[in-house]
Each structure stands twice: as C-alpha cells, then as structure tokens.
Ligand binder design. Structure first.
Ligand SMILES: [Zn+2]
Length: 217
C-alpha cells in the first residue's frame, strides 16, 4: 500500500466514523502496541511513535466495524442511565442572551437545532459570496469536541448544535471558517488570511468559542 493509498483509506475511515458521529483521535504515545479506546462520540487510538501511516490505517480498518457496533451499544447504555436520572430544567442561553424558559438537556438540543436551522440558510447566503466558496450540503450535528467541520471533497459543512448558546457572530465565524477550508484544507497562514479578509473581526468570536469545549476543524 502506498502512502497515498493509506491516506485515502484513513480518510474513508474518518468519514465512516463521522457519519456515525464518532470522532477519530489518533495520538502518538510511548506504547508498544496500538491501543483503542471507545467513548461516546470518540474513538481514541494511541499508536507507538515509530509506526507507519500504513500500519495505523490498516489497524483502524480492522477495528472500525467493532467500533461502529459497540458505539451504538454505548449510546444505548448512556441513554438508559440518562433516563434513570431525573432531568433538571435550567434557564438557557440563546444567541448569547439568557432566556426566561427552562429546558432540560434533551429539550435544549431540540430547541437549539430549530433555532440554528432557522438562521442557517440566510447566514450561508450571506457569507458564501463573501468567502467565494459554496457548500453543497450543510447539516447540524451533535458534536462534542468541535464547533464545525468541513469535508472538503464532498463540500459538506457540519455545524455544532450547541452554537446557539453563543452570540450569533460566533456561528457566522464558524461558517466563515469552514467555508474558507474549501479554499485551504489546512490551518496555514494563507487559510487564516482568507478568514481575516472575509471577516476582519473574526478573532474575538474565535476566542469566545476557543475557551469552551469545542475546537474548530
Ligand atoms: Zn479549521
């Protein structure tokens, strides 16, 4: 298998996992063997330092069916635990402002999804011509470790369902960020230059999100 082949295998695996809402996290550790650890929404793989990309891709390939299968069971178990715990309703934030309605965790997700779905078309219409890039498909995902993601090949952009907690400019920034990845599939200087040209004040919105659980990809 050539490097290009193992890279495309890895990309295919990342996409299969992402479709099931699982993030693949590979990290090099001083370990002798490749270790897998599956948590809700994340497959963590620790690999020895001296290992080829090909070996990593093949090892993940052998475990991906297992991960997809066990992840479903993991979520069912988590859901059962969740339903046994009384859910407390809390006042919630919408676009950075406290609301006078109390919602529990599940209701909040439904509410945020509706709110985000409502503004998404106009925000993409606003920013696509400014960035000069077009998303073929946009989706709202319950993502736990990132605010947005961009599949450059499929030109598909996902936004985190948790974004409506923050000022709407944060969502606009995430849209700009992901659209800019359609020009640059990395975080190079050229990428950040494109972001800044489109949205000169992006840094304050980036900072507001950066301290919170999500990270941008
Ligand atoms: Zn990014």
């Amino acid at each position: 298998m050539t490097t290009a082949l193992s890279e495309s295998l890895l990309t295919a695996l990342i996409e299969r996992l992402a479709a099931a809402d699982i993030e693949l996290k590979v990290s090099q550790k001083p370990v002798r063997n490749i270790n897998f650890s599956l948590k809700p929404y994340q497959l963590a793989v620790s690999v020895p330092v001296a290992i080829s990309a090909k070996q990593v891709a093949q090892a993940i390939d052998r475990r991906v069916d297992w991960a997809l299968d066990h992840h479903k069971q993991l979520l069912i178990r988590q859901q059962q635990l969740f339903s046994m715990t009384p859910t407390v309703a809390h006042p919630i934030l919408l676009w950075g402002k406290a609301q006078s309605i109390n919602l529990n965790e599940q209701e909040k997700l439904v509410y945020y999804r509706q709110q985000l779905a409502e503004v998404m078309p106009e925000l993409f219409d606003k920013w696509q011509p400014i960035v000069g890039a077009q998303a073929k498909e946009t989706r709202i995902k319950k993502m736990h470790t990132r605010w947005g993601s961009c599949n450059t090949r499929a030109q598909r952009i996902w936004l985190s369902v948790y974004l409506p907690a923050f000022p709407i400019e944060c969502t606009e920034y995430v849209i700009v960020h992901e659209l800019c990845h359609l020009h640059h599939a990395n975080h190079s200087r050229a990428f950040w230059q494109t972001v800044e040209t489109a949205m000169p004040e992006y840094k304050q919105w980036h900072k507001m999100l950066a301290g919170k659980a999500g990270k941008l990809d």
